[in-house]
Design a protein around this ligand. Structure first.
Ligand SMILES: Cc1cc2nc3c(=O)[nH]c(=O)nc-3n(C[C@H](O)[C@H](O)[C@H](O)COP(=O)(O)O)c2cc1C
Length: 206
């Protein structure tokens, strides 16, 4: 027997539980933005991915707070048009998750949690110094689906990477086995383990 579920007849909260537990692993965007008084906001967003290179597009799935108001990241991107996606490795998970606590908008998670920051080269929000790589982004478009959710589509205008991560002759990225953390669901995370490489074969001759 196969379980067949009708999503149109389902409570959205259940859909969330199911979708976020089957579409895994998800990468995490540890997003830094600037608040109205210049404070550095940081928060993780795992409804995130890259969708192209020309333009270089990333997308964040931003949910509003239960009272319908925008999260700080959303409000800051709307106001400033800029954000930085910091990519975290497993050793950074504790610090990353701590920034998901609902700090008030005028409090900087970076300052409150003692996260070191470094200036970005192409946008005003700084990057997180501990992240091996950061994507400097400007807002391209936002699509609002409902009172709860919008997609923030950003264009990557710059990248900052720690020494040795990117070979600028070959443009290869060498993670040296220390890959970004993968989000599973709820409070669970995973380390990536590579399996055998497998190249796409040509179409067999008939
Ligand atoms: C690993 C992780 C991933 C998350 N992903 C999302 C997400 O994709 N969308 C979202 O709206 N909230 C997500 N959250 C919750 C936000 O991080 C949380 O609401 C945070 O307080 C928002 O902070 P801000 O108001 O400073 O933007 C996630 C939390 C964690 C721990």
């Amino acid at each position: 027997m196969t379980l067949s579920l009708d999503f149109d007849a389902m409570d959205p909260a259940i859909r969330y539980k199911l979708l976020s537990a089957v579409v895994i692993p998800r990468p995490v965007a540890w997003v830094t933005t600037l608040g109205a008084a210049g404070q550095v906001n940081a928060a993780p967003y795992s409804f995130f991915n890259v969708f192209g290179q020309d333009p270089a597009i990333v997308v964040l799935g931003l949910q509003n707070k239960p009272d319908g108001s925008a999260k700080d990241t959303t409000a800051n991107i709307r106001r400033t048009g800029e954000f930085v996606v910091n990519i975290a490795t497993p050793d950074l998970v504790a610090g990353m998750v701590d920034t998901a606590a609902p700090y008030p908008a005028d409090i900087s998670e970076a300052a409150a949690l003692g996260l070191a920051i470094e200036p970005s080269a192409h946008v005003a929000p700084p990057r997180l110094a501990a992240a091996p790589v950061s994507l400097e982004c400007v807002r391209h478009t936002a699509i609002t689906f409902s009172a709860e959710r919008e997609l923030m589509i950003g264009r990557v205008v710059g990248m900052a990477a720690r020494d040795g991560l990117i070979d600028t002759e070959t443009w290869r990225v060498d993670w040296n086995g220390d890959y970004p953390v993968a989000r599973l669901f709820a409070d669970r995370y995973a380390r990536l383990e590579e399996i055998e490489p497998r190249s796409i074969p040509p179409v067999p001759k008939t």
